[in-house]
Write a protein that binds this ligand. Structure first.
Ligand code: GAR
Length: 209
């Protein structure tokens, strides 16, 4: 399976995927920011990179089309969003239906969008974590595959939560990608998900409580 990872920033999730020695091959990394540290991680690992800056394109659709062409050039089977901070057009999402994953720093459907750690603290929530899900046109709403849960501690702040959620992400994302590479997780045309030959009705949950 040929994998592309899309990034915008630090790329610690990209690093976890690189370090996991997946059954699939990460053949390319695309960043919408030229200064993303993730690009250096890719280059160090000998993975080709492409910088496609959204600010160089007049519309979301034209930016997405250039990314789509790059993914086709690399003959990609699976697109992995890893801290990619752009909303994708519905036509792009449709083209990669069932072949694109995202990781989000909350227990979806709670806290879609940005600033999840702050919002968890503001609400006084006891639980927090991350979700790996297939990407659909609606933001942060596609079928969830895995959730990792942690217990929010009294001394937690946004920095400690970000760090603790990252730890969970670095476990969850390589696991899900490997399951897809090996066929343990399959996406059906009707949008449902099969895990170990059974329909997946709710995300597989790991907890660090
Ligand atoms: C991760 O926490 C990821 O869940 C989040 O950005 C961070 C990227 O970290 N993604 C989103 O918020 C997407 N909506 P990284 O660059 O170190 O992998």
């Amino acid at each position: 399976m040929k994998i592309a990872v899309l990034v915008s920033g630090q790329g610690s999730n990209l690093q976890a995927l690189i370090d996991a020695n997946l059954s699939g091959q990460i053949v390319g990394v695309i960043s919408n920011k030229a200064n993303a540290y993730a690009l250096q991680r890719a280059q160090t690992a000998g993975i080709q990179t492409a910088v496609i800056e959204h600010k160089d394109y007049p519309s979301r659709e034209s930016f997405d089309e250039v990314m789509h062409q790059q993914l086709l050039d690399w003959e990609i089977d699976l697109v992995v969003l890893a801290g990619f901070m752009r909303i994708l057009s519905s036509s792009f999402v449709q083209k990669w239906h069932g072949k694109m994953l995202n990781i989000h720093p909350s227990l979806l459907p709670a806290y879609k969008g940005m600033h999840t750690h702050q919002r968890v603290l503001n609400s006084g929530d006891v639980y927090h974590g991350c979700t790996v899900h297939y990407v659909t046109a609606e933001l942060d709403a596609g079928p969830a595959l895995v959730q990792c849960v942690l217990n929010v501690q009294v001394h937690d702040n946004t920095d400690t939560l970000a760090q603790r959620v990252h730890q969970l992400e670095h476990f969850a994302y390589p696991q899900v990608v490997e399951w897809i590479c090996t066929g343990t997780i399959q996406h059906l045309d009707n949008g449902s998900v099969v895990y170990r030959k059974q329909l997946l009705h709710k995300p597989i949950q790991f907890s660090q409580l």
